[in-house]
Design a protein around this ligand. Structure first.
Ligand SMILES: CC(C)(COP(=O)(O)OP(=O)(O)OC[C@H]1O[C@@H](n2cnc3c(N)ncnc32)[C@H](O)[C@@H]1OP(=O)(O)O)[C@@H](O)C(=O)NCCC(=O)NCCS
Length: 333
C-alpha cells in the first residue's frame, strides 16, 4: 500500500537516529509484513517476539531477508529468568511472588516491556491482537510515568487536508480531573513539538469563554488555569506553548468564528492541539474525523511514559503498524 505524505515524513525523521523497536506479536501476519517493510527501508531495527522457526519460514516463503530483524522466543531466552527477577524486585511490594513474576514473563507484552526496561529496546508496538488495557498495563507497571505522580495519557495525530493536529486524550484517562486535564494539555503540547506541530492548545468544551455555565465547563476552565500556571515553570518557558480555553471546536480552529466568540485569544482560530474534556468526547471526536471526515488517524500513542510503548487498534492495517513504528521511533529519539 502507498505510504501517505505524513508517514513518508515520519520515516525520513526516523532515519536521523535509528531506534530498536520490539514487536511482541510475531504470530500476527500484519506485524511480520510491517516489520519487513520497516526493515527494508532501514527506518528502525526490530526485535520480533514469537516462534523463531515459524517466523523464519514465513520470511523465507516470501523471499524476504531478515536484515535488521532479530527474532526472540521468550520461553527459550536466557534473559527470561533475569527479567522475572527484575519484575519480582519491582513488584514484590504489590504482592507479586517470584513464581508470579516468572509466569508473567511468558506473556510477550510483559517480556517486551521488560526488554525496554533492560535497555535492549527503545520502544514497543503491540495491540494488533491485544486489548488496549493488556498492552498498556505492563508499561504503566514497568516503564512508569516520566513525572512521578502524573498520569500517562494518549494522543492521536489527525491529518486533514495535509494539516496535522494532535488530539488528546482519546484513549486512556476516562474522566480526567481538572489537574489531569491540565497535565494532558501540557503533555500533548510536548507531543506536538516532537512531531513538528505548532503547540497552540485549545481546551475544548461546549462553551466558549463563559457562553454556558455547567460543572463540566467549570472543569475545563480550571484545567486551563492550571495548565497556564504550569507553563510558567522554567522547563516550559521557551517552548512557545500557548494554551487557552474554554473553547468550542469551531472557535478553536476557525478564525472567523474565533473573531466573534473569542476575541483576543492567542489560540482561538489557530489551534493545532485539541484537548477533549473526557474520553467520550475524545474517542468520538477522532472517529468522526476519521470515519466521516476522511482524515488520517495515527494512534493512540502514549505520552508521559519514560519510554514509548504504543497500542495498535485490533483492526490495524499493515500501513497503520508501519506508521506506529515510525511514531514510536520518533518518541524514542
Ligand atoms: C489504561 C488502563 C488500561 C489502566 O487500567 P488498569 O490496568 O485497570 O489499571 P490499574 O488501575 O489496575 O493500574 C495498573 C497500574 O497502572 C497505573 N496506572 C493506571 N492508569 C495510569 C495512568 N493513566 N498513568 C499512569 N499510571 C497509571 C496504576 O497506578 C497501577 O500501578 P501500580 O500497579 O504500580 O500501582 C485504563 O485506564 C483503561 O482501561 N482506560 C481506557 C482504555 C480503553 O478502553 N480505551 C478505549 C479506546 S482505545
Amino acid at each position: 500500500m502507498e505510504q501517505t505524505l505524513f508517514v513518508k515524513k515520519l520515516i525520513e525523521k526516523t532515519k536521523q537516529n535509528v531506534k530498536t523497536i520490539v514487536l511482541p506479536e510475531g504470530e500476527d501476519e500484519r506485524v511480520l509484513k510491517a516489520a519487513h517493510e520497516v526493515a527494508q527501508i532501514k527506518a528502525a531495527k526490530l526485535i520480533i517476539l514469537g516462534n523463531e522457526a515459524e517466523i523464519k519460514s514465513y520470511f523465507a516463503n516470501n523471499n524476504w531477508n531478515l536484515d535488521g530483524i532479530e527474532i526472540i522466543e521468550p520461553e527459550k531466552s536466557p534473559d527470561l529468568q533475569k527479567y522475572a527477577d527484575m519484575f519480582y524486585e519491582m513488584r514484590k511490594e504489590k504482592g507479586v511472588t517470584p513464581e508470579d513474576a516468572f509466569k508473567q514473563m511468558h506473556n510477550y507484552n510483559y517480556f517486551g516491556t521488560m526488554m525496554i526496561k533492560a535497555g535492549k529496546a527503545d520502544g514497543m508496538v503491540s495491540g494488533a491482537a491485544h486489548s488496549t488495557a493488556d498492552t498498556v498495563r505492563p508499561a504503566l507497571q514497568i516503564i512508569k510515568s516520566k513525572k512521578k505522580g502524573r498520569s500517562v495519557s494518549s494522543a492521536f495525530i489527525i491529518v486533514s487536508n495535509d494539516k496535522p493536529y494532535v488530539f488528546s486524550d482519546c484513549a486512556i484517562i476516562i474522566d480526567p480531573t481538572a489537574q489531569e486535564l491540565a497535565d494532558i494539555a501540557i503533555d500533548a503540547s510536548e507531543t506536538a513539538i516532537q512531531f513538528g506541530i505548532e503547540p497552540n492548545v485549545a481546551m475544548l468544551s461546549f462553551s466558549t469563554k463563559g457562553s454556558a455555565k455547567h460543572e463540566k465547563v467549570t472543569k475545563v476552565v480550571e484545567a486551563t488555569k492550571l495548565a497556564q500556571e504550569q507553563l510558567k515553570l522554567p522547563e516550559y518557558k521557551d517552548l512557545g506553548i500557548k494554551i487557552d480555553g474554554e473553547l468550542q471546536l469551531d472557535a478553536a480552529v476557525d478564525s472567523v468564528v474565533a473573531a466573534k466568540k473569542a476575541k483576543g485569544s492567542e489560540v482561538a482560530g489557530k489551534a493545532s492541539v485539541l484537548i477533549f474534556p473526557d474520553i467520550n468526547a475524545g474517542n468520538i471526536g477522532y472517529k468522526l474525523c476519521q470515519r466521516i471526515g476522511g482524515a488520517e488517524a495515527y494512534g493512540p500513542f502514549l505520552q508521559g511514559l519514560n519510554a514509548p510503548v504504543n497500542d495498535l487498534s485490533r483492526g490495524a492495517l499493515v500501513e497503520d503498524i508501519v506508521g506506529m513504528i515510525a511514531i514510536t521511533c520518533i518518541q524514542a529519539q
